[in-house]
Design a protein around this ligand. Sequence first.
Ligand code: NDP
Length: 251
Amino acid sequence: MSEKIAIVTGGRRGIGLGIVEALTGKGYRVVATGVSPEPGEGLEKLGEKAVYLRADSAVTADRKRLLEAVEREFGRLDLLVNNAGIAPKVRADLLEMSEESFDRVIGTNLRGTFFMTQEAAKLMIRLRKDGEDPPMIVNIGSMSAYTSSTNRGEYCMSKAGVSMVTMLFADRLAPYGINVYEIRPGIIRTDMTEKVTEKYDRLIAGGITPIQRWGTPEDIGKAVAAIAGGAFPFSTGEILNVDGGFHLQRL
Ligand code: NDP
């Protein structure tokens, strides 16, 4: 069987880069996307194992161009990791949130994830060959899917929506042997959380997570690599919390 091909959206830095590193370490060739013109240092270090393609997940033409490039260059798609995601530019109270911010965050995190999955799934179905390992899809959700943060409601709604995207495609794609998984990261040290470092330092020190440390992109990369390695063939629509135990209800 030829080399396995994965797409990791938002794979230039942060969690996405951690996923790209873990997958290339397991022998995948990865097409990583982002919105910046250049791949950046992290991807460049990986040499030919990772290819950068500028493609905005929120833009229909970009998603199409990405999938056409993957088909043309590699003729196969074994794994889609929907990781690209954004936080609101301003953390505004729920009573003040603008429609513009709602549309922006939902456009990338939910609309982008849904339509990327829709198109990628059709490509996977079309390119899949008998006797080969089945393709898979992994969505990077968030603990915000079930945690209320009233100063970034649009983000929470987008991630709750991603959970339904996971369920819907797990159901719809099972007849094709395509399993769909969701990873829910907790508090992970990346550019996204940089502005709120002090707040999270305080919360972690105060015991908000049973495992008292920041999560890292490597933590998420390991989880994606475990799924991509085929460890869960009889599970689909499954959610893996990679959050230091944040999701546990404690008394
Ligand atoms: P970062 O902001 O550090 O990195 C985001 C990456 O996504 C960048 O590479 C960026 O590209 C890319 N990106 C942003 N918008 C788009 C788009 N429209 N199309 C394609 N690529 C895009 O974020 P994180 O690494 O922290 O987050 C990654 C994912 O994990 C997100 O979905 C986030 O919601 C989720 N998550 C993060 C948590 C955390 O604590 N950090 C916790 C829970 C979930 P470029 O580099 O070109 O700007």
